[in-house]
Design a protein around this ligand. Sequence first.
Ligand code: FAD
Ligand code: SIN
Length: 541
Amino acid sequence: MKTEAIKLKRPDMRRYLVPFNTGSVPQMFTDCLVIGSGIAGLRAAIEASDSCDVVVACKAELEESNTWNAQGGIASVLDSTDSFAEHIADTLKTGCGINDEEIVERVVKDGPELVTQLDKWGTEFDTHNGKIDITREGGHSHPRIAHAQGDCTGRAIAQALIRKIRQNEAITVVENFFAIDLITDDENNCLGIIGCSGTGTKQIVWAKTTILATGGAGRLYRETTNPNIATADGLAMAARAGAVLCDMEFMQFHPTTLYIAGASRALITETLRGEGAILLDINRQTFMKEYHPDAELAPRDIVSRAILSQMLKTGSTHVYLDIRHFDKAHFSKRFPLINELVESFDIDVSKDLVPVRPSAHYMVGGVKTNSSARTGINNLYACGEVASTGLHGANRLGSNSLLEGLVFGKVAGREAIANAAKKPSVMSLHKLKYEVPQSDRSRLDTADVLNSLRALMWRNVGITRSDQPLAEAQEIITFWQRYVLDKVFDSPGGWECQNMLTIACIMAKAAQGRTESRGVHFRKDFPEIDDKRFKTHIEFA
Ligand code: FAD
Ligand code: SIN
């Protein structure tokens, strides 16, 4: 039986970040606007282009996305000895009791056809004996991770989808276009967005349907695998427009990112552990068996906490990944990206251990959607990491995220077509005006605020949490909000800071509200799961 979600009040916020008058900004029209060029946005655009004209807008180049950086692969049942039932069971077990079972079944069952379609579209997954090769990751009871160009799976998928998008005359691509806010009317309809081009010109895009595919929020943390684009923009603009955010306390930390002081935290794929890599502590001792019977292949929240705990026990800043027993030639072919990365730091994997520690990786929560990718706002759909479909529950099984983006990208594109077809062929011009009162409060340096915010989130809203640090985080963020959210900025740096402060506070509040430990959310002061009170979601509305 489904338990009612716990509802928290969304903090009060200004409706739009910037003032505008639709009469005095350049305007563009489309049947379907897709914001984001990761797997979800690209797949949605291809689907919608069947019978709609589509605009794909992204804030950087098409290639800059979390998708492009994905390493391990995409999970799907591709082998006759595997089964949908087992993939479903693994996803539910990892999600700790709060997945939406219908969504899990749908995503798992749609997977093989859509992954095979990606292969036909040019992704060229790695093969073994003429079939797509599959490998293993933590939490999977069976090898089912399809990979391409070794550990460059995301890049191979994105390249294939981008080729299709570029060849498609129904799709217009607008790069370096920052979506600032969703525009809505008084009847809860999304009408499109106000955005800003790379040259600094504000523009309105009127759209019969809008698909939000803006990805995650990893850049909220000092230590993260995520590229610069992952600044929670879509989450924040959906919240300002009145959409429901769900499961915002669940930030997934990846156990193994390269730890070289001063360098950014590059991912060291979990498939390495899937293929036999071992974790050692600073004293060169194995430790994972002490934490979980599946050792290196336990779900990643358990591995991340085990690493943290072992770092504390041994007073060290990192642990090691041991891949010295791998065949060196095989390693460089199977993991070319990681090979290049470690070589650039003069690490010889046949002799040296690789220093690693956990980093923020994946936003499990997001904009609440139903099985048709609909949000609570009419004409607004969400898919990929920005959405909360219910697939992952309290923790995401490795490689289920590209799968979710693929499946729900297609769903969102299809639904957008059906919705756009119901609308008049000529779109009405809306006259809207929004003003922001001048604030005389002091200005803060947003770059400095962001550095401090990322350190605060790492410290107080990180892998392990407890009441007092979570309360302190909200107090500090609220202070910054007072001096940043009242201002009007005219470039992405300022808007990103406003978005990140908005979402950070919601995450800390959700984490404080869940006084139990479940999945990726671990409370030192409430270390047990509490099914009586919390076998449900926390929603902000
Ligand atoms: P993204 O791919 O993140 O794309 C977001 C898009 O939104 C970008 O185009 C961006 O420019 C655009 N955007 C954002 N804000 C704005 C704005 N304000 N205006 C305009 N555009 C905007 N998952 C797996 O399943 N398997 C893996 O092997 C795997 N490996 C990973 C490795 C790394 C290093 C990382 C970081 C993640 C990995 N993940 C993996 C997770 C997975 O890659 C992501 O969850 C998934 O790619 C998200 O896809 P998406 O389409 O939702 O968003
Ligand atoms: C990895 O390759 O370890 C990342 C896989 C994922 O995030 O699903």
